[in-house]
Design a protein around this ligand. Structure first.
Ligand SMILES: NC(=O)c1ccc[n+]([C@@H]2O[C@H](COP(=O)([O-])OP(=O)(O)OC[C@H]3O[C@@H](n4cnc5c(N)ncnc54)[C@H](O)[C@@H]3O)[C@@H](O)[C@H]2O)c1
Length: 262
């Protein structure tokens, strides 16, 4: 499967890779030669991703874990090391959305979002670091969003969790740089995934097409992103080519955040 050798012999964990951006990224990393631990809470989606990678000649294993549970993430990292002997890349991708005004948001939903989107990336980094020290270094990438930076109604808690990644990555980059561990963020614009489809579930066909056209018009490249667009950024950030890059937030959004909107 490997079409280039940038990540040959590297071992990568991709959380939430049973779907969407995580799946596309797991496939890109495997194509670059990495052995990939596919993680998700959804075993069926995880198994499908593993099949896609193996059918293309790549190496992948599924491990179920909820990223919001420290003990499960610790076990995920331990199993990755047991399976492949090391851990080099942690792509903390898993995340959830919930469009609701803050004042209406049920506290249980708020807690769930904090568990998955905030504690999740922190647990992934926390438990990856000791393994990466043992491996002599590594690359940690957090999946944020343009909504870390741009105001969007009904996304207050989501936005807070995604903005937290940017501050955490800068500080963590400083903390672990001496161990040859780099920490970066990717901030996707609108990407064609099941999450996008769910977010549009309440729209009729015309409303959905109108929304998608507005998204296309709102970025400089006139198209919606694909999961592989994010995977390519994660693979590059995790390769030697980005060996002097740490603490950055890379927008992968077709310049959505730069386009003048009116
Ligand atoms: N799709 C977009 O337009 C877009 C834009 C910006 C950022 N993002 C971010 O990209 C990431 C992936 O989004 P996507 O669009 O691929 O979504 P998706 O819903 O298609 O996939 C997310 C996957 O994460 C898994 N997951 C959810 N909670 C989990 C948990 N606690 N532990 C482990 N796995 C869990 C789900 O089962 C699912 O397979 C998210 O962090 C999201 O916030 C997406």
């Amino acid at each position: 499967m490997a079409t280039d050798k940038r990540l040959e012999d590297r071992v990568a964990v991709v959380t939430g890779s049973g779907s969407g951006i995580g799946r596309g990224s797991a496939i890109v990393l495997a194509r670059a030669g990495a052995r990939v631990i596919v993680n998700d809470v959804d075993p069926d989606g995880g198994a499908e991703t593993v099949d896609l990678i193996r059918e293309a000649g790549g190496e992948a294993t599924f491990i179920a874990a909820d990223v919001g549970r420290s003990d499960q993430v610790k076990s995920l990292v331990a199993q990755a090391e047991d399976s492949y002997g090391r851990l080099d890349i942690m792509y903390a991708n898993a995340g959830i959305t919930n469009y609701v005004d803050l004042e209406e948001m049920a506290e249980s939903d708020l807690e769930r979002m904090l568990d998955t989107n905030l504690k999740g990336f922190l647990f992934c980094a926390k438990h990856a670091i000791p393994a990466m020290k043992r491996a002599g270094g590594g690359s940690i990438v957090f999946c944020s969003s343009v909504l870390s930076t741009i105001g969007f109604p009904q996304c207050v808690v989501y936005s807070a969790t995604k903005a937290a990644m940017i501050g955490a990555a800068r500080t963590l980059a400083v903390e672990v740089g001496k161990h040859n561990i780099r920490v970066n963020v990717v901030s996707p614009g609108t990407i064609n995934t099941p999450m996008l489809a769910r977010d549009m579930a309440d729209m009729n066909v015309d409303e959905a097409e109108n929304y998608l056209q507005n998204v296309r018009n709102a970025n400089a490249l006139g198209r919606i992103g694909e999961p592989e667009d994010i995977g390519n950024a994660v693979a590059w950030l995790s390769s030697e080519e980005a060996g002097y890059i740490t603490g950055i937030n890379l927008f992968v959004d077709g310049a959505f955040t730069a386009v003048k909107q009116i």
